[in-house]
Structure formats: structure tokens, C-alpha cells
Design a protein around this ligand. Structure first.
Ligand SMILES: Nc1ncnc2c1ncn2[C@@H]1O[C@H](COP(=O)(O)OP(=O)(O)OP(=O)(O)O)[C@@H](O)[C@H]1O
Ligand SMILES: [Mg+2]
Length: 244
């Protein structure tokens, strides 16, 4: 569990001929153990906001803080799944995951066990000896998720982790993500373009537009949630409406 607090955070990108305000004056506090989803149209600043929370980039102005201390001085200890995540092509799947666990300094047996259980939870255990080139986009995405989750961090920052998956696998992984979340209650911030996914998974939905948070709504529906329920459909429609 980890608290994340942003106070008046902005981030610009400057090039020779233009300045882009990717994130503008965002103030938000994410509660420990909560599941927050960020939605918004392409280019509205979602990935930039997540990279700021991870301490991968510095804000142009404003303050980011967590119960671990200030964010932005060094990379934050979080499980990260980014849109452009890559596995090392010269290592097989299992070794890629073991490498991610190296910093935990676990006994070898325990590390292998964690990797096996993470691979099983995303349905990729039988692919443990495969090399990344043999994986489809959706398979690589499942491995990326397993790689992030096997470290058992208290903060998960997930940027469209299911975007390359077919509907069946997407549904299975959503369920699995919820199961893992309820087991250890990490703080989760997930970016998605899929509004029903946001309603299915999260406690709170933030809508971004032009670098700002323009809507902040809690999802009061009891879990497990059923997409065919009337209240679920209403929440989906209301969230779509915030996208403009
Ligand atoms: N490293 C960078 N250098 C310059 N501009 C950037 C950089 N990263 C992001 N931007 C710009 O900042 C804005 C927000 O980008 P960001 O990647 O955060 O959007 P996004 O909401 O994640 O979009 P998508 O849904 O397409 O992934 C865009 O205008 C983008 O061009
Ligand atoms: Mg993005």
C-alpha cells in the first residue's frame, strides 16, 4: 500500500519550435490500497502523469510525494507496465522475469517459484522457455504484466496493460488482476481507453483532457461487478460523457 500525492504538478516538453503542456496543474491524492483508473483521449497526458508518479521524469513545477518520500529524485519502487515495455530478446521468458527479480535478492528456489506463479496467473507458464520473438503482441503483454507483478510491489502503475489482448484473454486478466489486488491490496493506478474496463475494475475514475483532470468520480458499485447490470451501464455512460 502506498499513498501518492501530487500538488499542482505540471510537466512541459520543449522542442526547438514548440512547448507542449503534457500535464497542467494536477493536484490529486491517491489513497493507499485503492484502485484508480485514468481515462482520456489519446495525447491528453495519461502516460506522462504515470511516468511522473513513477519518478521516471521530473515535473516542470509542483510537488509529488509518497509515504516513501519525495518522488522524482530517483525511480520509485513500483511495479510498472508501460505501453512500450520490452523484454530482452536474447533471454527467454523465465530468465527475463528472474532478471526483474534480481534486486529482491531472493533465494534461487523462491525466485523461480514466484516467476512460475506469476506466469501461471497470466496463463503463460507453458511459454517460460520461449524467446520474446516467438511471442505475439498479446502474449508479450501478458509476460510484461507477470514481470511487473512478480516483484510484489506496493504500488502498481499500469499503462494500458491489456490493450493488445483479445476479449477472452482481456477478461481473464482483468479478473486475475482483481484477484491479485485483493490478495495484497497494493495501490493501483491504471490507464485504459476501455471505459467498461475502468468501471469493472476501479474504485475511482479520473478523466483527463488537455493535461488536466476534468472529472474525478468514485465507483460505488459492489464487487464482483456485472457489466450487464443497469447501474454498471449507467456508470459507463456517465464516464463516456466525461470524455466529451
Ligand atoms: N518525451 C516527450 N517529448 C515531447 N513531447 C511529449 C513527450 N511525451 C509526451 N509528449 C507529448 O505530451 C502529450 C501527452 O502525451 P502522453 O503520452 O502523456 O499522452 P497519452 O494520454 O498517454 O496518450 P495515448 O492515449 O495516445 O497513449 C502529447 O502531446 C505528446 O506529444
Ligand atoms: Mg499513453
Amino acid at each position: 500500500m502506498r499513498t501518492i500525492e501530487l500538488r499542482r504538478v505540471s510537466r512541459e516538453f520543449r522542442s526547438a519550435d514548440a512547448t507542449v503542456a503534457a500535464v497542467s496543474d494536477v493536484s490529486v491524492a491517491v489513497q493507499p490500497g485503492s484502485f484508480t483508473t485514468i481515462v482520456g483521449l489519446s495525447g491528453c497526458g495519461k502516460t506522462t502523469l504515470l511516468r511522473l508518479m513513477a519518478g521516471l521524469i521530473e515535473p516542470t513545477s509542483g510537488i509529488l510525494h509518497s509515504d516513501e518520500g519525495p518522488i522524482g529524485i530517483m525511480r520509485h519502487t513500483a511495479a510498472l507496465v508501460f505501453q512500450d515495455a520490452r523484454l530482452l530478446p536474447w533471454l527467454n521468458v523465465e530468465t527475463n522475469l528472474l532478471l526483474a527479480l534480481r534486486r529482491e535478492r531472493l533465494p534461487r528456489n523462491e525466485a523461480r517459484e514466484r516467476v512460475s506463479s506469476a506466469l501461471s496467473s497470466v496463463g503463460m507458464f507453458s511459454w517460460r522457455s520461449a524467446y520474446p520473438r516467438a511471442l505475439s503482441g498479446g502474449m508479450a503483454q501478458r509476460i510484461n504484466l507477470a514481470r511487473a507483478l512478480c516483484r510484489r510491489q506496493k504500488l502498481w502503475l499500469l499503462d494500458e496493460p491489456f490493450s493488445a489482448l483479445d476479449a477472452i484473454n482481456r477478461r481473464a486478466l482483468q479478473t486475475e488482476l482483481l484477484r491479485l489486488w485483493s490478495e495484497t491490496s497494493p495501490t493501483v493506478v491504471l490507464v485504459t481507453h476501455d471505459v467498461p474496463e475502468a468501471v469493472l475494475l476501479s474504485d475511482r475514475i479520473l478523466t483527463m483532457s488537455d493535461g488536466r483532470i476534468i472529472s474525478d468520480r468514485s465507483v460505488g458499485l459492489p464487487r464482483p461487478r456485472t457489466p450487464t447490470d443497469h447501474a454498471f451501464g449507467e456508470m459507463v455512460a456517465e464516464t463516456f460523457a466525461t470524455l466529451g
